[in-house]
Design a protein. Sequence first.
Length: 165
Amino acid sequence: MAAVMHLIAELGSDHRQVIGLALELKQALEARTLGRAIRIVEELDRKLGPHMRFEEKHLDRALEQFIGDTHIQQLKVEHDDVADLLLGLKRILKCGSVPAEIIPLASNGLRELIVHAAHCYGRILLIERLSQDERSRLVERLVASRREPVNLTDWKGAGTWSNES
Ligand SMILES: [Fe+2]
């Protein structure tokens, strides 16, 4: 029981934080506050690396019996889109301003991230259906993933949206 509570608490807190950061970043971009926007992009990149790596390598496979492979592939595409968005923002913001023309595209991407995080959080209901052994294994993998920090954009590599900018 301790293992499942730990897993649920950790994943719940991750998703809450990501939603909060995405909302803050949307505001920072709209207000064109460069320094704040850069800091939030970096924090999202840092936080999402181990989180999404754990999901793709371990959690999604453990939940495949409930959600199926097609949905797993869809989740991966959504993660790739987030990495593209963050990489694009990193490159653009490094130039020293928040160009007005990127705001609608970035806002749209952040809205997608918020929806993704909320759906992803809902999978906690399915984690409760796993066996005690499976949950304990997942906790070990989550802890191990956090011990090896990696930025999401480094883990995923270059994307498409960013290359076009
Ligand atoms: Fe997630």
